[in-house]
Ligand binder design. Structure first.
Ligand code: KG4
Ligand code: ZN
Length: 335
């Protein structure tokens, strides 16, 4: 299979309708339409609204990606599309579109696991990136440390025992009356504060690649309720900053431990929380100190996007892994 195949990637697992075209590891175009501003009013993604929004724009988004790439649709080698995990109705819009598009062009359909897409984003950042390496996966639904053995083989070294780290950012944001998704708002508020409120750094310093976020969320909740009950003022910025430190320090610590234990000299990160500036600078600082190579996806490729789906599609294309047109959307799939 050719290395420089032209792959169209389509992503519609949540509130973003995205299409991108890549050639090898080069991005030719990226288009995205988001319904996030509508969901923000409801404090979270409303599945039916997301599905309708995808239906309204998917054809335009794909058409525009093809135009901006300066290619004709007849030149495409395959269509890669997220088939899970995600909101079923939302996934079905992108998947159905991708199936008919691939069928009409007589090119292969490649169903992509959304999380594998996130993991593949790092390849778009660095042409020379090659497994083996350690990846920190930190998104709204996942928190794990993975050993990437080859482009298609992963081993999960461990993960969260309860909430995902992104989920805890969203829940704490809600508690502080910040809009959804909470991560970027907590980060912005944290920049104005100090990490001076003691919060539990769950499982930090303990052996094993395990994380726990529900206790941290409860500690933040208790802090806010106690202050409110006593009528004592508190700094939301300090709380955001203290929470951010407690949530992220442990992720970075265990990622570096994994690199050391498995004698790997390269580290990558993936998922929405990998867009966090504090996490990025801490990883940069610690990796530099230990002489490790760090590959962080561009900010726009940490959160949901179609270039990462095309990147994973390209890996599957080279491996000859194609999907039947009977492929169904899945709400939950393992990595
Ligand atoms: O990977 P993603 O876009 O979606 C999936 O879960 O697949 O991740 C979304 C999560 C949300 O929980 C969001 O609050 C978090 O990533 N996030 C951030 C930041 N940007 C997005 N968390 C912390 N800091 C950020 N800058
Ligand atoms: Zn995602």
């Amino acid at each position: 299979m050719k290395d420089n195949a032209l792959i169209l990637g389509i992503e519609s697992s949540c509130d973003e309708t995205a299409a991108a075209i890549i050639c090898g590891r080069k991005i030719l175009s990226e288009e995205v339409a988001s319904s996030a501003n509508i969901h923000a009013k409801f404090g979270g993604v409303v599945p039916e609204i997301a599905s309708r929004a995808h239906t309204d724009v998917v054809d335009e988004v794909v058409k525009s990606a093809i135009q901006k790439a300066g290619i004709s649709k007849g030149e495409l080698d395959a269509v890669a599309v997220t088939y899970g995990a995600g909101l079923l109705g939302a996934l079905l819009v992108g998947l159905s579109f991708a199936k008919s598009f691939a069928y009409s062009l007589s090119i292969p359909l490649i169903g992509v696991n959304h999380i594998r897409g996130h993991l593949a984003a790092a390849y778009l950042e660095d042409d020379s990136l090659k497994p083996p390496f350690v990846t920190l996966l930190a998104s709204g639904g996942h928190t794990a440390i993975l050993l990437v053995k080859s482009e298609t083989e992963y081993k999960a070294l461990g993960g969260t025992l309860d909430d995902a780290v992104g989920e805890s950012f969203d829940k704490v944001a809600r508690l502080l009356d910040l809009p959804y998704p909470g991560g970027p708002h907590i980060e912005a508020l944290a920049r104005e504060g100090k990490a001076n409120i003691p919060l539990p750094q769950m499982l930090k310093g303990e052996a094993g690649y395990r994380f726990s976020y529900s206790g941290l969320k409860t500690a933040v909740m208790n802090f806010v309720h106690t202050k409110k009950q006593k009528g004592e003022p508190f700094s939301k910025a300090d709380l955001a900053c203290s929470f951010q430190h407690a949530a992220i320090d442990v992720l970075v610590e265990k990622t570096l431990e994994a690199a050391e234990e498995f004698h790997l000299s390269t580290v990558t990160a993936a998922g929405g929380v990998a867009a966090n500036g504090y996490l990025r600078s801490l990883l940069q600082e610690k990796c530099a100190k230990r002489g490790l190579k760090l590959v962080l996806p561009a900010l726009k490729h940490c959160t949901d996007n179609a270039a990462m789906i095309a990147a994973e599609g390209s890996i599957q294309f080279r491996a000859g892994n194609f999907s039947p047109l009977s492929l169904n959307a899945e709400a939950y799939i393992p990595i």
